[in-house]
Design a protein around this ligand. Structure first.
Ligand SMILES: NC(=O)c1ccc[n+]([C@@H]2O[C@H](COP(=O)([O-])OP(=O)(O)OC[C@H]3O[C@@H](n4cnc5c(N)ncnc54)[C@H](OP(=O)(O)O)[C@@H]3O)[C@@H](O)[C@H]2O)c1
Length: 325
């Protein structure tokens, strides 16, 4: 019988909405325990700690590391703060989980990836959609029948909602292509691999880095792809995978269906383990725990270098947006 695994002790930095989602996932994983929270506003961290029975609240990552002796840290702070907090944490020499985005531009993501490499600190970036069980099931159905022929991603953002919510600073809203649209841009790489050719157009109705995007891509093996996003029009996020005699659709991303050449349709449903949790969070946490234990990050998770490739692809898709009249 294999020896029982030691419980992995994680410390959380940040006490907002997403920290709560990670704590829910941790509560359902018997191999992981949250041993402390450090955040900007101590009271908010205390409320979260009380709700989830986290034994320590600290004023800084260094204090958290010293007092709670975690095996790893999860950086779950506001988008504009992730890169700097990550740089500040590297000296603690603990494996890191970082929420996306690792910075609001490619240069910031490059700086963190380089500094982490130099410090020898492993990092995993929270592209949780890579861990959707419906995606794995859909790909399996497609691959049973042959090759992946095409990947089509719609990544329309609800920009008016993001702006009116009051939750995001102007610098985050201006960098929305990196701050949030990278979730769907990353799916191009997740399904297709590293694009070998990209032909991208962008235009701007209101956002300086663009809010209308159309791109064609060619992936290894000849798989073709497209990316379309129109941030001021109803739509949302969707993925369509084309295979040999089968199409697999995810719209919304959390549910799927496979359509076969004879017209039959099969629903693709999420794993029971994901119930009650933000989709992908159970698998994402298990992958992070595995990375901390083994020192290796297995696909489909993304390390800092992988996340950097997604940021670079976002920059490529944004191009130089043409102003719309
Ligand atoms: N994977 C996903 O699907 C997903 C979904 C949503 C968000 N996210 C990402 O998760 C991150 C957090 O988002 P959220 O919705 O949880 O935001 P939020 O509710 O605003 O929470 C952010 C938390 O970080 C704290 N914080 C900010 N700057 C800090 C710093 N320099 N040092 C320590 N703590 C700091 C804030 O402190 P205060 O309490 O003082 O404000 C707050 O507790 C963002 O990077 C976002 O992009 C990912």
């Amino acid at each position: 019988m294999p020896a029982p695994q030691k419980t992995l002790r994680v410390g959380l930095i940040g006490a907002g909405l997403i920290a709560r989602q990670h704590l829910l996932a941790i509560a359902q994983n018997p191999g992981v325990a949250a041993v402390g929270i450090a955040s900007r506003t101590r009271d908010k961290a205390q409320v979260l700690a009380d709700e989830f029975g986290v034994p320590l609240v600290a004023d800084s990552p260094a204090e958290l590391a010293q007092a709670a002796r975690p095996d790893a840290l999860m950086i779950l702070v506001s988008p504009q703060a992730v890169a700097q907090v990550a740089l500040d944490c590297l000296g603690l020499r603990l494996p890191l989980f970082l929420e996306k985005p690792v910075g609001l531009c490619v240069a910031e993501a490059e700086a963190v990836a380089l500094a982490a490499r130099r410090a020898g600190v492993p990092g995993m970036v929270g592209f949780n959609r890579r861990h959707y069980s419906v995606f794995a099931k859909g790909l399996e159905i497609l691959r049973e029948r042959g090759r992946l022929l095409a990947v089509h991603v719609e990544g329309s953002e609800r920009m008016a909602l993001a702006r009116s919510s009051g939750r995001f600073s102007e610098e985050v809203l201006r960098a929305w292509i990196f701050a949030n649209a990278t979730h769907t841009i990353d799916l191009l790489r997740h399904f297709g691999g590293e694009p070998e050719e990209v032909c991208a157009f962008s235009a701007s109705l209101r956002e300086p880095l663009g809010d209308q995007f159309a791109a064609c891509l060619r992936f290894p093996g000849g798989t073709l792809g497209s990316y379309a996003a129109n941030w001021h029009s109803p739509g949302g996020w969707g993925v369509v995978l084309k295979g040999e005699g089968v199409s697999v659709e995810f719209r919304p991303l959390e549910t799927g269906r496979a359509i076969f050449a004879d017209g039959t349709v099969r629903d693709i449903t999420p794993d029971a383990a994901e119930k009650g949790l933000k989709a992908g969070f159970a698998g994402q946490l298990a992958a992070f725990a595995d990375m901390v234990r083994t020192g290796r990050l297995a696909p489909p998770s993304q390390d800092l270098d992988g996340a950097l490739l997604t940021m670079r692809l976002a920059e490529r898709l944004a191009g130089r947006p043409v102003p719309l009249g």
